[in-house]
Design a protein around this ligand. Structure first.
Ligand code: 7TS
Length: 416
């Protein structure tokens, strides 16, 4: 089933705006996505008609707000194939989801000398919490090396994960290069040594069907804002027995069952991990985002963005001055296209692109160790989503031409 991009675009009000006098070509979807009016209207509707705190009142509005948050939780569970909504914890973002596991699971169960295996392509949010833990507890960090084409070699995964590995935590799709990792094979390797496995699904969940029961991992983290939802909502899915065995993350209201002056007991899942007033409106508005993705269909979305990304790669690679990073095989690449222009700093590329209304991300993409491995300080990154179309690829081409002209690059090679 193909995607009707004109109909989709009409649902995203921001796509009508001009940037520097040009139509916006929004190609920074790996950082955050735009919101359809269904999500924006859900936010307005919540504040205009239902706003109240949750779990605390018998009054009508409080009950409505509570039911609306729980409906979103149930929808999230269904979207990711989780059997029980209470295994879906709402956090602020994926970063908080990973930190929750570091605090509430790893601090309780890991000992000095235990090993945590990560990969060299992780986002900082899946490196720094573990470095902090390693420093505090004497846990040892090991890294699966990245190949120069931005892929992982399963033999090297097998060689790094071993009997001392207590946690294997890795990214499903790289935000910096677009590499699609062999997630199920990697989970199996982690499980074969009895490790707990955490998958950072930030760049997977918006684009590919995610079925946590099929994957068989222990924790899966992602952010709503990268999949049409509002900022301020993250998800941590966890295996129920693990979540039950964990201590709370933050202490306060809502996460307790009983409190005396001396001690407290914990609430049931998921509330044990949701201390204080949650991000109610944004949790509610995540529901229509998931409905939107389901209605269009993740398969259609993926096919659409793969097609645009392939055109972008071809366009960029037509210039001898441009180097596209990441896997060459389109089957191993998502709709993320990371590139450099010879002799130019990515910030200069991004600045000229903005003059053409083209929004791309530049820099290290919160993956400094990966950039170090690939021996580049950063890249320019175009990342596609369901509302992008051919006009965005054309705008990318115009922006590249303007950049090459401005810096007088490649003219002799006839790259335009
Ligand atoms: N993991 C991956 C793979 C990501 O792409 C990001 C955000 C995160 C974790 C953290 O998500 P957050 O919602 O907690 O911030 N990635 C990016 C990016 O590529 N550009 O800006 C944010």
């Amino acid at each position: 089933m193909s995607l009707d991009v004109a109909t989709v675009r009409a649902d995203f009000p921001i796509l009508k705006r001009l940037v520097r006098g040009k139509p916006l070509a929004y190609l920074d979807n790996a950082a955050t996505t735009q919101k359809p009016r269904q999500v924006i209207e859900a936010l307005v509707d919540f504040y205009e008609r239902h706003n109240a705190n949750v779990h605390r009142g018998v009054h009508t509005l409080s009950e409505e707000a509570t039911n609306m948050v729980e409906a979103s939780r149930a929808k999230t569970a269904k979207f990711i194939g989780a059997a029980k909504p209470e295994t879906v914890i709402f956090t602020r973002n994926a970063t908080e989801s990973i930190n929750l596991v570091a605090h509430a699971w790893a601090r309780k169960f890991l000992r000095a000398g235990d090993e945590i295996v990560l990969t060299e392509m992780e986002h900082h949010s899946n490196i720094v919490p573990w470095q902090m833990l390693a420093k505090e507890r004497g846990v040892v960090l090991k890294f699966v090396p990245v190949e120069l084409d931005g892929t992982l070699d399963l033999e090297k995964v097998r060689a790094t994960v071993g009997p001392k590995t207590k946690l294997f935590s890795f990214v499903a799709v790289s935000n910096a290069l677009g590499t699609v990792n062999p997630v199920e094979a990697m989970i199996k390797i982690g499980k074969s040594v009895g490790a707990t496995v955490l998958v950072d699904a930030c760049q997977w969940a918006p684009h590919r069907t995610l079925d946590v029961s099929k994957w068989g991992a222990d924790f899966v983290a992602f952010s709503a804002h990268k999949m049409l939802g509002p900022t301020g909502i993250g998800v941590l899915w966890g295996r129920e027995d693990l979540l039950d065995a964990m201590d709370p993350f933050l202490g306060g209201g809502d996460m307790i069952s009983r409190v005396t002056l001396e001690a407290a007991t914990w609430n049931e899942l998921p509330y044990k991990f949701e201390a204080g007033t949650p991000n109610i409106a944004d949790a509610v508005a995540f529901g229509p985002a998931l409905d939107y993705l389901s209605a269009v269909g993740l398969d259609a979305i993926r096919a659409h963005e793969d097609e645009l990304a392939a055109k972008a790669v071809a366009l960029l690679e037509a210039s001898p001055s441009v180097f596209v990073l990441g896997p060459k095989d389109p089957a191993r690449r998502s709709g993320v296209v990371s590139f450099n222009v010879a002799g130019l700093h990515p910030h200069d590329v991004g600045t000229i692109f903005d003059l053409e209304g083209v929004a791309v991300r530049v820099g290290h993409h919160c993956c400094q160790p990966l950039m170090h491995k690939l021996q580049c300080g950063g890249t320019a990154r175009a990342s596609f989503y369901l509302y992008n179309d051919e006009s965005d690829v054309e705008a990318l081409g115009r922006a590249l031409k303007r950049t090459l002209d401005f810096f007088k690059i490649g003219a002799k090679a006839g790259v335009h």
